[in-house]
Design a protein around this ligand. Structure first.
Ligand SMILES: *[C@@H]1O[C@H](CO)[C@@H](O)[C@H](O)[C@H]1NC(C)=O
Ligand SMILES: *[C@@H]1O[C@H](CO)[C@@H](O)[C@H](O)[C@H]1NC(C)=O
Ligand SMILES: *[C@@H]1O[C@H](CO)[C@@H](O)[C@H](O)[C@H]1NC(C)=O
Ligand SMILES: *[C@@H]1O[C@H](CO)[C@@H](O)[C@H](O)[C@H]1NC(C)=O
Length: 744
């Protein structure tokens, strides 16, 4: 018994000794680090030791931030070969290899042998770099080996992503498989070596994202990274090395770049001490247009356009049928092959992410004019550009054959000169320039009309939105108006009388049993809705508008008449209105089957409903929307289309409700400081939700979402998938890349 006790006491002492010995910041050849011990960098920033990721019990040797309470591992040695127990040991063995070994499974991870080193020492630096150097060597500062050369999923400041051409070493990031398993997952990120090298994120063996080639200042497809408070970055390309690297502007800020398998993106996080959390700072792919080659060859992807894929000028869809059904994978071909007798011209496109540089050629000395001539001389040359945009621009890049993965990058991007047959130029426009100036003119025209209207209306906001003000219609960067004025309604009182009855408050109170809770059908965006029965037995729905619409009586009357003019069998019919003191009500026909959401989001009812009925409903909604957008005298943007705003009559015919209200009852006054974006989160088009910019496209976006909800029977915001954290849209969008295209 005593002997046993003595042995265990000795073991304890030995363990203690081991622990004390491990405090130094380095490991020499006769030392080792066993599971449970750790090595700390000199300034105490990083720590190296054995750990178990997530809920796994497997042991890995890794490096993490010592002072960040959320365990954040930045490097793992034995990513693919975990140790199943706690017998792991880390050391430099007698033949000079760095080894992770375990009593139960032997050497499971090792480096080359550095047997020439006289006194090899492993040291963890404050940069997070684990290095091996020879303390007694002729140059003890040379790193014989460093973990920065073998990244895991994390790029720390000072690490190089890319090539050391002298050693033939390509440093790539690869995502963890998941938070429990650091083995390499689907995503990887490195530099592709071409004449004009560029950084690429791969998904499996396929290209998934590229940021565009480096133009001396930034990557042509990622302009927003250039100016930021967190880090400086650079891209070095010479005969020895080609790499990307970054440095933090403030050394006491923690920031890291990772490849994230779960989110299928490359993310940059910043540690925020106040909230004790890593905050996502930026991430790529940025949007759908960033998906590599989404639109096929010789196209440009414009995220704000619908459809977002367009053939480049002078090109036509290779297979028009699939192109028109939004399968863009085959891309576009020249409308007319080059005669190659100098009959072509070059058209300048601006603000583009430059095409894939796999088939390119670069000269640092040529200027743009020489570049153009060089391109003319070779029949397969399709485009050229400056290779360096600094100053006036210099250097020359030529692209051969198909142009792949071009997108529009507004407020950034680069000029690209694309070759087309000469005859094309006069007839067909330069897509970007002309289209966008047309749109701009149309928008300005709309604004002008609107301001004209407001100035005529003599409202209290005249000063803000008056004629004298040149950019009057934006408030807090929001365009705050819902109708692209086409109509004379602001100047003329509607003349025809629609026989729209006005009811008094007593009648309404009677009909709705004094607005009793029993009669309440629901609560809409503009106030509660009650079911009522008129004296003649007609069933009605009464929308009691919130009192703060701030509108004058006559204005309200006029606008009710205007709404009443919108008549279509897929719009809910307005049968009357009621004004009494502060009270304003709209009276609609009653819809026996309630709203569409009760059929779509109730699993049992959804399953029983049947596709032909759903199809009929979708068709009806589309017709109603088309009427609002195109066929009515007023052009109405609904702004809050969703399942609960589609009502079903006794025969299950769909009828859109709440149209016209957004305009009427939300301040369409530029100076209104209570201005807010109406609509329902999750249904709003991104540009509307973020910037308050709306157009008929915002409604189309909501319609698309409604369509997805009907098809899936799931609410966008409640959508959960076991393997995805996205909402319904992101799930459909990113399910596969390239994506099945029905969604867009
Ligand atoms: C050191 O480790 C390497 C790699 O595992 C191995 O090949 C070599 O035999 C080891 N040396 C000794 C003396 O065990
Ligand atoms: C660097 O960051 C720290 C911590 O956020 C802050 O206290 C300090 O003022 C910053 N230094 C500079 C020069 O911005
Ligand atoms: C990956 O992204 C997801 C979703 O954005 C996030 O929840 C998760 O924490 C990220 N993983 C890592 C390792 O940062
Ligand atoms: C055109 O350029 C390509 C790519 O550099 C080259 O392979 C081809 O030989 C050139 N053709 C002519 C006619 O110069």
């Amino acid at each position: 018994m005593k002997v046993l006790w003595f042995i265990s006491y000795c073991a304890y002492l030995l363990g203690l000794l081991g622990r004390i010995c491990a405090i130094p910041h380095s490991i020499g050849q006769s030392q080792f680090l066993s599971d449970g011990e750790s090595l700390v960098s000199e300034g105490g920033t990083f720590e190296l030791g054995f750990f178990s990721p997530g809920s796994s019990t497997h042991r890995y040797l890794g490096i993490w931030y010592k002072n960040i309470p959320v365990r954040t591992v930045v490097w793992v040695a034995n990513r693919k070969t975990p140790i199943k127990d706690r017998t792991g040991v880390f050391l430099i063995n007698s033949t000079g290899s760095i080894v992770v070994t375990s009593r139960t499974s032997g050497d499971i991870w090792s480096t080359n042998s550095f047997k020439d080193a006289k006194a090899p020492v492993l040291q963890l630096l404050d940069s997070g770099n684990l290095i091996l150097r020879d303390e007694k060597g002729s140059n003890s500062d040379v790193y014989l080996w460093q973990s920065f050369d073998y990244p895991s999923d994390t790029l720390l400041p000072g690490m190089k992503l890319g090539w050391d051409l002298r050693m033939g070493l390509s440093r790539q990031l690869s995502s963890w498989r998941n938070s429990d398993d650091p083995a390499p997952g689907e995503l990887s990120n490195g530099i592709e070596l071409h004449e004009f090298p560029e950084a690429v994120v791969w998904k499996g063996s396929r290209k998934y994202f590229r940021g565009g080639p480096w133009n001396g200042e930034r990557f042509s497809g990622a302009p927003d990274l250039k100016v930021n408070p967190i880090y400086d970055y650079s891209f070095i390309s010479n005969k020895d090395e080609v790499y990307y690297t970054y440095q933090l502007k403030n050394k006491s800020v923690f920031s890291r770049l990772i490849l994230n398998n779960t989110a299928s993106s490359r993310q940059r996080y910043v540690w925020v001490e106040a909230s004790l959390a890593w905050i996502l700072y930026s991430s790529v792919p940025h949007d759908y247009c960033d998906t590599y080659g989404l639109c096929g060859a010789n196209t440009v992807c414009v995220i704000t356009d619908s459809p977002m894929c367009q053939c480049l000028d002078g090109f036509k869809p290779k297979s028009p049928d699939s192109w028109n059904s939004m399968d863009w994978s085959e891309g576009c071909i020249l409308s007319k092959p080059f005669s190659c007798q100098n009959k072509e011209v070059f058209v300048k496109f601006s603000e583009l992410k430059l095409p894939d540089t796999t088939k390119s050629w670069v000269s640092d000395t040529m200027n743009l004019q020489e570049c153009r001539e060089a391109c003319f001389k070779n029949c397969s040359c399709m485009a050229y550009s400056n290779s360096d945009i600094r100053g006036q621009g210099s250097g020359c890049v030529l692209w051969f054959n198909d142009l792949i993965d071009i997108r529009q990058v507004s407020n950034g991007g680069q000029d690209l000169y694309i070759r087309i047959e000469a005859s094309k130029q006069a007839g067909r426009h330069v897509v970007n320039a002309v289209l966008y100036s047309l749109i701009a003119v149309a928008v300005l025209f709309g604004l002008a009309l609107f301001c004209y209207y407001l100035s005529r209306r003599k409202t209290k906001v005249r000063g803000v939105c008056g004629r004298a003000n040149s950019a009057p219609c934006f408030f807090n960067n929001k365009l705050v108006y819902g109708i692209t004025g086409q109509d004379e309604w602001t100047r003329e009182e509607p003349k025809e009388d629609l026989d729209l009855p006005f009811f008094d408050l007593a009648t309404m109170a009677n009909a709705t049993d004094n607005f009793s809770l029993n009669n309440k059908l629901g609560e809409g965006g503009f106030g509660p809705v009650y079911k009522g029965t008129l004296a003649d037995g007609q069933e009605i729905a009464v929308k009691r508008l919130s009192k703060n619409s701030g509108q004058g009586l006559n204005e309200f009357k006029n606008e009710v008449k205007l709404i009443a003019k919108l008549q279509h069998r897929n719009l809910v019919k307005l049968v009357g209105s009621c004004i009494d003191g502060d009270e304003k009500m709209l009276i609609y026909e009653y819809m026996a089957n309630g709203s569409l959401d009760s059929f779509v989001f109730d699993q049992t009812r959804w399953k029983q409903f049947g596709w032909s009925k759903f199809f009929q409903i979708i068709d009806g909604i589309a017709r109603g929307l088309l009427y609002l957008h195109q066929d009515s005298r007023l052009r109405i943007i609904h702004r809050d289309l969703k399942a609960s705003n589609v009502l079903l009559d006794a025969d299950l015919n769909p009828k859109i409700s709440d149209f016209g209200l957004a305009r009427t009852f939300q301040g369409d006054q530029c100076g209104d400081s209570t201005e807010r974006v109406v609509g329902t989160l999750g249904y709003m088009a991104p540009e509307y939700a973020l910037y308050g910019l709306f157009s008929v496209k915002s409604d189309v976006f909501s319609f698309g979402l409604l369509l997805l909800e009907i098809i899936s029977g799931k609410k966008n915001r409640c959508f959960r998938h076991p393997h995805h954290h996205h909402g319904l849209i992101e799930y459909v969008r990113f399910k596969e890349a390239p994506v099945s295209s029905f969604f867009v």
